[in-house]
Design a protein around this ligand. Structure first.
Ligand code: ZN
Ligand code: ZN
Length: 411
């Protein structure tokens, strides 16, 4: 019997290094994970360098690699992918940026780089989209709210460069920086000018917006400017469906991951109450994945919370979130007609508070999968498994072979 579908579940930053507060175990070793352990026992395990040994991955570059898109060829910066994930349809060649709403004081100095962690900024973004006009500069733009204080911007136009600096001063008490062309080319200068003009006009609109007046009346920081960074040009991605012959979906609260998914042609499945944090609707995500598998051949799910705990250096919180993930995965046990692969996109050790290149654990289970002797899903146990140590770029070929959809090489 052969399964026909693939579920790839990426537990963002779940792997770690030994933690003193957990008796020198990793959060994954210390957590009680009967469901993950059961799937590890039923399948084959290994460890994986999501990009390559010693390469410290970002979530974006690692997800590209896991989907089989060599990040060294396809990655053009976070801005365009984040813009895509914020609902802007990024065409190849468009320039994407990441933005923050921020607060300026009467003197034009930044007083809050996140505008009091404002959320529900859609009316502000709609007013900016409606009111800002860059046509005299030969630039069309798209501007959308993201989660919380975040937003995304995209430019379309002739001769626009990407080597531009950010206006984010990275600290309070000083005015935003002017945009400038890093390499001094005409194209970069044109983009810098368009950004400057965009911010100038946006500030005019924000100044008088009723939503800001309400915030001020409530004693909250108004969103009075936009800080912009992460310029990148959208690349051309060979569609996932033509590359693998599979119809796929992505489920992720993080705009960046959703953007990578839709950039390669996966369709986005929205799940209510997913937040990208530890309070996310885990059961809803798992249910949505199982539902999506009825019509899709491939589903990518990203669960983010463990990464956040790693960045905060909170080993115990990370362990507890892992236990919550584990209990939400019960419906995956014995899932029919589906190969389930579970891994991380990178390690986020609590001692590092950032991503590290330590290889991540990987388990693959489902009909036809060889069963090795590993019975626990953690960094050390999986290293003894039948997959040994693979690179992220090998994952899709392995999964595709397990559903007998791999083309034969040679006679
Ligand atoms: Zn990540
Ligand atoms: Zn991270």
């Amino acid at each position: 019997m052969t399964a026909h579908k693939i579920l790839l579940l990426v537990l963002d930053g779940i792997s770690d290094r030994p933690c003193p507060e957990l008796g020198m175990r990793t959060p994954l070793q210390a957590a009680l994970t009967p469901v993950l352990d059961r799937m590890a026992s039923d399948g084959i395990c290994g460890i994986m360098d999501t990009i390559g040994p010693g390469i410290r991955p970002g979530s974006d570059t690692s997800h590209l690699s896991l989907l089989g898109y060599d990040p060294y060829r396809y990655y053009t910066g976070r801005g365009p992918l984040e813009a895509e994930g914020s609902g802007i349809r990024m065409e190849a060649g468009m320039i994407g940026f990441r933005c923050n709403y921020a607060t300026l004081d009467g003197e034009g100095r930044v007083t809050d780089r996140r505008a009091g962690r404002i959320h529900g900024t859609e009316p502000l973004s709609a007013a900016i989209q409606e009111g800002v006009d860059l046509s005299s500069l030969g630039v069309e733009f798209l501007f959308r709210s993201g989660t919380g204080h975040r937003a995304a911007l995209a430019f379309r136009g002739e001769d626009l460069g990407v080597a531009v600096t950010s206006n984010d001063p990275k600290k309070d008490g000083v005015p935003p920086l002017p945009f400038s062309a890093r390499d001094g080319t005409d194209a970069d200068r044109k983009t810098a000018r368009a950004l400057q003009e965009f911010v100038r006009q946006a500030e005019e609109i924000l100044k008088d917006h009723p939503l800001n007046a309400t915030r001020v009346a409530q004693g909250l920081s108004p969103a009075t400017t936009v800080l912009i960074r992460g310029a990148g040009r959208m690349g051309h991605f060979e569609p996932f469906s033509s590359r693998y012959g599979l119809k796929g979906c992505v489920i992720s609260a993080a705009a960046l991951i959703a953007g990578i998914g839709t950039a390669v042609g996966l369709s986005r499945v929205e799940v209510p109450e997913i937040t990208g944090s530890a309070d996310t609707n885990l059961a809803g995500k798992v249910r949505a994945a199982i539902d999506a598998l009825r019509t899709a051949d491939f589903v990518l799910v990203n669960i983010k919370g463990a990464d956040e705990a790693g960045h905060d250096g909170k080993a115990r919180a990370k362990m507890m979130f892992i236990e919550r993930i584990d209990s939400a995965l019960v419906p995956l046990i014995g899932l029919e007609d589906c190969i389930v692969a579970i891994c991380a996109d990178h390690s986020t050790p609590c001692s590092v508070k950032d991503h590290s290149a330590d290889p991540v654990p990987l388990l693959i289970c489902g009909e036809g999968v060889r069963v090795d002797r590993v019975t626990h899903f953690d960094e050390v146990s999986c290293a003894e498994g039948g997959l040994h140590r693979i690179s992220g770029g090998s994952l899709m070929p392995i999964l595709r072979d397990l559903i007998n959809r791999s083309p034969k090489y040679g006679a």
